[in-house]
Design a protein around this ligand. Structure first.
Ligand SMILES: [Zn+2]
Length: 62
């Protein structure tokens, strides 16, 4: 269900080539996921129970 939701969702152009490093809480593997505000899919087990371990920061305003 989430897969379809994410596939249908259009990311702004500036985010399409960005990826984030994630750590999966289910299988404990590190991986890379396409940038998304909320959901980061584990490439190993397909779970969305992940957390970011590194964040790409392109803007210095925060
Ligand atoms: Zn996983």
């Amino acid at each position: 269900m989430l897969d379809a939701l994410l596939a249908a969702e259009e990311l702004p152009e500036e985010y399409r080539d960005r990826h984030q490093d994630i750590l999966c809480n289910d299988c404990d593997r590190k991986g890379t996921s396409r940038f998304h505000w909320l959901y980061h899919k584990c490439g190993s087990c397909g779970s969305y129970n992940t957390r970011l371990i590194k964040r790409e920061t392109h803007s210095s305003s925060s």
